[in-house]
Structure formats: structure tokens, C-alpha cells
Design a protein around this ligand. Structure first.
Ligand code: USQ
Length: 403
């Protein structure tokens, strides 16, 4: 199948491209290198150095004999999106091409506006191009479990059957996201649902949980095929950060009580879920939602798991409860359904001692590259100032990001 990966230079886009290409699909990757620019803005970098996208594509051809077509384009530019879709003619599009960080979106007004403009306009352009030039193409869109927030009832997969004043309907599940970034995904979901209903496009919205892991079968073929693995306070996610902190001898940064419950999945399962969605497309006009995670953990339990596995490797690990920089529930009900991908055949890679051990060992190989001053959280949801120690490593307070 002809598959276009938007955000093909990123943590998930790159391994997805390799995975699908390895399985015989004709794959193209598109990126505008925004992530690399944000890294420069914040003075952060991936733990394992990565090549330029051009060189990664060349290396993949050498390693696998397979070709990835490369597009450099910005989704906010309608003409660019149009020309890519018309020239490649994808049958499926996997859309990771958005600003993915909640803290980045909460940093300041500029970045809040940027996140929503970038994400929502990019996706709207894409929907419009599909309407005009590729109405049969299946849009596999990366949404987030964070769209739902943490309601005090079970979370369903996208839709909720409700009875109100004696009448029944199945309606989009209510959304209570916890950041400007998560809100951007909610707005995308509404736009995509509208496009499917009105223009008979077809789409799968993958409400993905928090991804962890460094390696996939394809990136392991050559160290230089590694994906872009972040552990800083803006682009790193909870478990990936804890593993790096454990290796660096920095106390694990649990925000608040640590009772925040979230759905997690291994990076290898992200790739399989995307493949399952592609191989089982929705009908024309259908908008469907899959909750894409495999296990639920509290943040504190994750920290404890990392601590105990790291101690088996001889590392000494402490857990610190930091004043929570976010506005979120720290003790709450959380029961989210995630059956549809299992029904399609997903066999999860569960978080195990073996898996944590291999992550820790991989990070240990790169321990000399860990930047200690990019670990503590410096973005507060309520806008209150960071403390003196954090300020010492503060970022530029004003950055023009709206190019
Ligand atoms: N947390 C800590 N300590 C840390 C980092 C995070 O306690 O050092 C806590 C946060 O307060 C939060 C939870 O861990 O309660 C998750 O935070 P996160 O930074 O790992 O993930 P989040 O901001 O929710 O966003 C990430 C990805 C995003 C994706 C989302 C899936 O960056 O792209 O959409 O996970 S989900 O969370 O299910 O919405």
C-alpha cells in the first residue's frame, strides 16, 4: 500500500516509516524539521544522536534495500500539502505531524497560539486536500487519551451512549483535556468527524496513551537508525524520563502525589496499532476512534518499578515528590476501555522487568550525553514563576516561533 507518514523525522514517525517499509509498503515521509528547531530553541537534544533525515533515508536504503520517498513540507501551507498528496497519491496517511508536547504549549502565549495554529490548521489543510484530491485515502490521525481528561466515569472509545429525558443517542464522548496541546487534539477530532460526516472522508482517530521505549526491530538493525528519544522536561514523557533520571543518579521527578493514572504503551505497539488500523480501514464517511494503550499505571507506581529494576543493576535511585507544575487531579478514578485494537489482533508488549532492564542498559550506553540541567520541570500550568535553582537554567523568555 502507498502510505505517507507526516512527521516522519520524529520519535514515532521515523520508526513507523521503517516498520511499514520493512513490511513491503511503499512509504513516503514528510517533515518540516520543526522538532529540530524547537530543540535548538530550548537547548535540548535527543539522548542518542540522530542523523539528518536525508542521511537516515539513505542509510535505511543501504541497510534494508528499501526506498523511502522524502518530502520536506509544512502542513500549514495548503499548496505544499496539495502538491505532496497529488504527486504521491497515498492510500493511507499516518498523521504524527503536530507539536506533541503539553509543557511546550503551556510555556507562554506565543507557544500556546503556535501549538493550536500549527496543529489545527495543518490538519484542516490536510482534510481539505483529501476532500478535493484524495477522498478515498484513509487518514490515520494520532490523537491522545488526554482528550478525555480524567472523568469520574468509565472512558469509552470515542463515543458514549446516553439517555437524556427519556431519549437515547450515541454522542462523542465529552472532552476535558488538561493542556492547550491536548485541546488542539480535541479540536482536530471535531474537524475530522465533521469532514467524515460531511465529505464522506474516512478516518481512524488513535487516542494514544503515553509511549515509552527506545528501540524497535528496525531501528536495532543499525545504531544510526535510532529514533529521537527525549528525556527533558518539555519533550520527554514520564517513563522515558524516569529511566534516564535513574541512570543519571537524579531523583525521579514524580509530580505531586503521583496518583495520576494514565494509559501507557510500548513504542513497538504504536507501530503495530497503526498497521492494524491501516490494514482494516473504515468505510467511506466513517470516523472511528481507537483508544491506543495497553496498560494503566499511576505515575508513582511507574517510578517504583524503575527504581526497583535500576537497583538490580546496581544503581542507587531516590524518588522525589515535586510540587506539581501542572493543574491536574493527583488521585482520581480512571477506567478507560481499549478493546478495539485488541479485537483487531494486537498482542501487547507489556512493561516487564526485562523490558525495563533493556531500556536502562541502552540509556547507560549513552549516560555521558545526559544533560542534567534539562530534567527539572520549568513550565508551570498556572504561570507562577519557577524557583531560583530552576531559574538559573531558565530558557529565553521570548521566542518568535510564528514564522
Ligand atoms: N509526570 C511526572 N513526572 C515527570 C513527567 C510527567 O509526574 O517527570 C506526570 C505528569 O504530571 C502527568 C503524567 O506524568 O500526570 C504524564 O505526563 P507526560 O509528560 O508523560 O505525558 P503528557 O504530557 O500527558 O503527554 C504525553 C505526550 C503527548 C501524548 C500524551 C498521551 O507528550 O504527545 O498525547 O502523552 S496522554 O497522556 O495519554 O494524553
Amino acid at each position: 500500500m502507498k502510505i505517507l507518514i507526516l512527521g516522519g523525522d520524529g520519535y514515532l514517525g521515523w520508526p513507523t516509516a521503517l516498520y511499514l517499509s520493512q513490511r513491503g509498503h511503499q512509504v513516503a515521509v514528510l517533515d518540516n524539521f520543526a522538532k529540530r528547531r524547537w530543540e535548538m530553541e530550548l537547548n535540548v537534544e535527543p539522548l542518542i544522536p540522530i542523523l539528518t533525515l536525508h542521511d537516515r533515508v539513505k542509510l535505511w536504503r543501504k541497510v534494508s534495500g528499501k526506498t523511502l520517498e522524502l518530502f520536506i513540507a509544512d502542513l500549514r501551507n495548503y499548496e505544499m500539502v496539495k502538491s505532496v498528496i497529488r504527486s504521491f497519491e497515498p492510500e493511507a496517511i499516518v498523521h504524527y505531524g503536530e507539536q506533541p508536547s503539553a509543557p511546550y504549549s503551556m510555556m507562554d502565549h506565543n507557544r500556546a497560539v503556535f501549538t493550536q495554529t500549527n496543529n489545527i490548521v495543518g490538519t484542516l489543510n490536510l482534510l481539505w486536500v483529501l476532500r478535493e484530491f484524495a477522498p478515498h485515502c484513509h487518514l490515520v490521525k494520532l490523537g491522545t487519551m488526554g482528550e478525555y481528561g480524567t472523568p469520574n466515569i468509565d472512558i469509552e472509545e470515542g463515543f458514549l451512549e446516553i439517555e437524556y429525558k427519556g431519549r437515547k443517542d450515541v454522542l462523542p464522548y465529552p472532552k476535558q483535556p488538561g493542556s492547550i496541546y491536548h485541546l488542539s487534539k480535541v479540536h482536530d477530532s471535531h474537524n475530522i468527524l465533521f469532514a467524515c460526516r460531511t465529505w464522506k472522508l474516512r478516518s481512524t482517530d488513535l487516542n494514544q496513551g503515553i509511549v515509552y521505549g527506545i528501540e524497535t526491530d528496525e531501528t536495532a538493525l543499525d545504531a544510526r537508525l535510532s529514533t529521537s528519544f527525549h528525556y527533558d522536561d518539555v519533550f520527554g514523557t514520564a517513563l522515558n524520563r524516569f529511566v534516564v533520571q535513574a541512570v543519571a543518579g537524579i531523583p525521579l521527578t514524580v509530580y505531586g502525589a503521583g496518583g495520576q493514572l494514565r494509559g501507557f504503551l510500548n513504542v513497538r505497539d504504536t507501530l503495530r496499532c497503526v498497521e492494524l488500523a491501516i490494514l482494516n480501514p473504515p468505510a467511506a464517511g466513517e470516523y472511528r476512534v481507537f483508544n491506543q494503550f495497553t496498560e494503566t499505571f499511576s505515575v508513582l507506581d511507574l517510578a517504583k518499578l524503575v527504581k526497583s529494576q535500576a537497583e538490580r543493576l546496581g544503581l542507587s535511585v531516590e524518588i522525589h515528590h515535586l510540587d506539581n507544575p501542572r493543574v491536574e487531579a493527583e488521585n482520581h478514578y480512571y477506567h478507560a476501555r481499549h478493546q478495539k485494537l485488541m479485537d483487531l489482533g494486537l498482542v501487547p508488549h507489556r512493561l516487564s522487568d526485562v523490558l525495563l532492564d533493556s531500556m536502562l542498559r541502552r540509556v547507560m550506553e549513552h549516560r555521558n550525553r545526559i544533560k542534567r540541567d534539562i530534567i527539572l520541570p520549568k513550565v508551570r500550568w498556572d504561570g507562577s514563576p519557577v524557583d531560583a535553582e530552576e531559574k538559573a537554567s531558565a530558557r529565553p523568555s521570548s521566542v518568535m516561533v510564528n514564522d
